[in-house]
Design a protein around this ligand. Structure first.
Ligand code: HEC
Ligand code: HEC
Length: 349
């Protein structure tokens, strides 16, 4: 990525110098017309970086199937009323639009939930807006033992052993656990293994953008194409929202109005105060309002936020420099982001 960016810059620089001397004016105009986008032939190179990899093969289908069942089963919560899917709707990319969905204690969560699509490609990236869990397994376990599934914020929390017993005695589960994890006890660790295996299979659906990348020039509008050029160029969005999932899986303070110290509090490093994990932009159009605190209402407002650069404070990313966009460019960026939603039938509950 970095290298391509560099090549791109040097091409632009070279072309500009030549244009300044008048030598290449004609070629430059021809290129522009050929592409219709005001960029040179290197657009194909940039597009190359956004090709989807082949879907990961599933290692243990029985484990994934078990995990899917558990994800939608409220019996793994303390009250028996909350499922993982309560705050992660499949049809929205496994997220909800509520700013603060209610947890199993009946209390609002402190942050918006996160989409789960594409997590199978996130490698060892820490899990959570602030990265407080090292793995998907740890996140699932914490959620049941002490988190949103636990009733910990009430006078009647439920021990994890009670949940384990409930799952063990539920009809059908013993056989499924045995098929997925032969010889292993049915406990919170096994439940977490299954949930995580299921989560790793949540592929972002094929979107118009993918068809464009694959070579179909009519899959997305000219406006969206210009938006992609801005996104990967002048507006520098791809500095963080990189690659086909549109995330670097890193933590940045982008200057939102927040009092939540995020990653900084988690790892006790003030340089990362107000920093949160870069969200994937897959299916982003489905899940307004935006950010960890749902502080930005629409995609257009998000673009306006980046134009100003957000609140200037020591932890703010140096990449958050104010940018100037015309009304058309703003629309183009939004049109581009709207091409990242799958248009086939979406998964449902
Ligand atoms: C009450 C709502 C709620 C329920 C129930 C819930 N979640 Fe979440 N989920 C959230 C919120 C809020 C976040 C963001 C947490 C944070 O960083 O503060 C989140 C974040 C996550 C993440 C992190 C994604 C990432 O990109 O880092 C995963 C994975 C996840 N949840 C899985 C689960 C699983 C598995 C269950 C069931 C065991 C579950 N969730 C139940 C609200 C919920
Ligand atoms: C310095 C890294 C960085 C850059 C550059 C950047 N983003 Fe982001 N983006 C993030 C982070 C981190 C968040 C989540 C911040 C939060 O919740 O506080 C985010 C959130 C978003 C969201 C909300 C997604 C959601 O699910 O809530 C959108 C949309 C978005 N960015 C689009 C853009 C666009 C468009 C640009 C370019 C104009 C851009 N980003 C540039 C890091 C970056």
């Amino acid at each position: 990525m970095k290298q391509r960016g560099y090549i791109r810059l040097s091409i632009v620089a070279t072309v500009s110098v030549l244009v300044a001397t008048g030598a290449l004016v004609v070629t430059r105009v021809e290129l522009t017309q050929a592409q219709g986008l005001g960029v040179g032939p290197h657009l194909d190179e940039i597009k190359h970086d956004y090709r989807r990899p082949a879907a990961h093969p599933v290692e243990n289908q029985a484990l994934v199937d078990l995990g899917r069942g558990l994800f939608f089963d409220a019996r793994i919560s303390a009250s028996g009323k909350t499922a993982c899917a309560t705050c992660h709707f499949p049809e929205l990319g496994y997220v909800v639009t509520d700013a603060h969905p209610r947890n199993d204690s009946g209390k609002p969560t402190s942050r918006k939930s996160q989409p789960l699509i594409g997590l199978g490609y996130a490698g060892n990236a820490p899990v959570g807006w602030d990265g407080r869990s090292p793995t998907l397994e740890a996140q699932a376990k914490a959620s049941m033992a002490t988190g949103s599934m636990s009733m910990r914020e009430t006078d009647t929390p439920v021990k994890i052993e009670t949940i384990e017993e409930r799952v063990k005695s539920a009809p059908g589960y013993a056989a499924k656990f045995n098929a997925a994890l032969p010889g292993q006890p049915i406990d919170v660790d096994a439940i977490a293994l299954a949930l995580a295996a299921f989560e790793r299979t949540l592929e972002p659906g094929i979107a118009p953008f993918d068809r464009w990348i694959a070579g179909n020039e009519t899959a997305i509008s000219e406006s969206a194409k210009r938006g992609f050029v801005l996104f990967t160029g002048k507006a520098n969005c791809a500095g963080c929202h990189s690659g086909w999932r549109f995330t670097d899986d890193q933590f940045h303070d982008i200057g939102t109005t927040t009092t939540d110290q995020g990653r900084g509090r988690e790892i006790k490093d003030p340089a990362l105060n107000f920093a949160f994990k870069t969200p994937t932009l897959r299916s982003v159009a489905l899940r307004a309002p935006y950010m960890h605190n749902a502080s930005i209402a629409t995609l257009t407002d998000v673009v306006r936020h980046y134009e100003k650069g957000g609140i200037d404070r020591p932890s703010r990313s140096p990449m958050l420099v104010p940018i100037q966009l015309s009304e058309r460019e703003r629309l183009d960026l939004v049109a581009f982001m709207e091409t990242l939603t799958e248009d086939g039938p979406r998964p449902s509950r």
